[in-house]
Design a protein around this ligand. Structure first.
Ligand SMILES: C[S@@+](CC[C@H](N)C(=O)[O-])C[C@H]1O[C@@H](n2cnc3c(N)ncnc32)[C@H](O)[C@@H]1O
Length: 283
């Protein structure tokens, strides 16, 4: 039983809600062209490092004839996904030793996983389980932008709290997080070096601005709640024993942001995420 990621790096709801937004149907058009998959085909798709399962959940809607398997090493993520998402086979498993036979999938896909696994193993295992002619899709989060509403700016109390806890880098090193970072040009090159052909790249740019008219109220509030969960789970992961005060500060800030939204008092705070999509084929 491995719960390192969900307990020390990113919590369940932080990942689930942020990805639920990024992979909302509203944005499918941006992914579809880069994925370049036949929506009518009975594809066997394997998602690697699926976390709590939001991408797999969207893939199930986007490719209704596909059979989707999704694995992650973290048992909390897999328990959450199994309990909350239907139509996908979730299982615990290691991307460095995929528990599948050679030549068994049409597509492998991962989102923000490449940077955590040694490249020859990351690509090599996917090549091994892909059928000849199969497609490898690697999604990688790139630098986006964030502009906070004044009511969501970090308070003095939060600053003092974060100064009093160990720097996250200390933990991240130990858990092998981001040990293999790659630039926008290095990822496709690494894919080619590891035997994939017809490599191509694309980008999905997701604008999450609660006050923008294009978003229905439910989605706008989900954007605010996703940020709230992110901040609360970050504090909870610290386990310093003095987190209740800080969590109540965070809740007050987000309650205020929700109030402003509901009263139509615009803040124009925004988060823009940029996802690079690298696609390669196994000959
Ligand atoms: C940044 S999170 C992304 C999770 C998910 N793809 C998403 O976008 O929500 C990285 C994920 O990779 C998983 N992971 C890291 N190394 C792994 C490995 N060797 N085998 C399986 N999963 C791994 C972690 O448990 C974590 O869920």
């Amino acid at each position: 039983m491995n719960t390192v990621w969900s307990e020390h790096v990113q919590g369940i709801m932080t990942l689930y809600l942020s990805r639920k937004l990024r992979f909302d149907d509203m944005f499918f058009g941006q992914y579809k062209n880069s994925f370049d998959l036949d929506r009518s085909a009975c594809l066997k798709i394997l998602e690697i490092g699926c976390g709590p399962g939001a991408l797999a959940e969207s893939l199930h809607r986007w490719y209704p004839n596909a059979h989707i398997t999704a694995i992650d090493r973290d048992s909390n993520f897999i328990s959450f996904a199994k309990a909350n998402i239907a139509g996908v086979d979730f299982m615990e498993g290691d991307a460095m030793e995929l528990p599948f036979e050679d030549n068994s999938f049409d597509v492998t896909i991962s989102n923000t996983v490449q940077e955590h696994i040694e490249p020859t193993v990351f690509w090599g295992e996917q090549r091994r389980v892909l059928k000849s002619g199969g497609v490898c899709l690697c999604l990688s989060a790139r630098k986006g932008l964030r502009c906070a509403a004044p009511c969501l700016e970090t308070t003095e109390k939060e600053k003092v709290f974060w100064e009093s806890v160990p720097q996250p880098e200390d933990d991240l090193e130990e858990f092998s997080v981001c040990r293999f970072p790659k630039s926008e040009s290095e990822i496709p090159a690494s894919m080619e070096e590891n035997g994939f052909t017809n490599v191509t790249t694309g980008y999905a740019i997701i604008d999450l601005t609660p006050d923008a008219l294009k978003y229905p109220g439910q989605m706008a509030e989900l954007m605010i709640e996703a940020m709230r969960k992110n901040d609360i789970e970050a504090v909870q992961s610290v386990r310093s024993g003095h987190t209740d005060d800080i969590i109540s500060v965070i809740n007050s800030k987000y309650d205020e942001r929700i109030r402003l939204y509901r009263e139509g008092i615009k803040q124009w705070d925004t988060t823009v995420s940029v996802t690079m999509i690298i696609r390669g084929m196994k000959q």
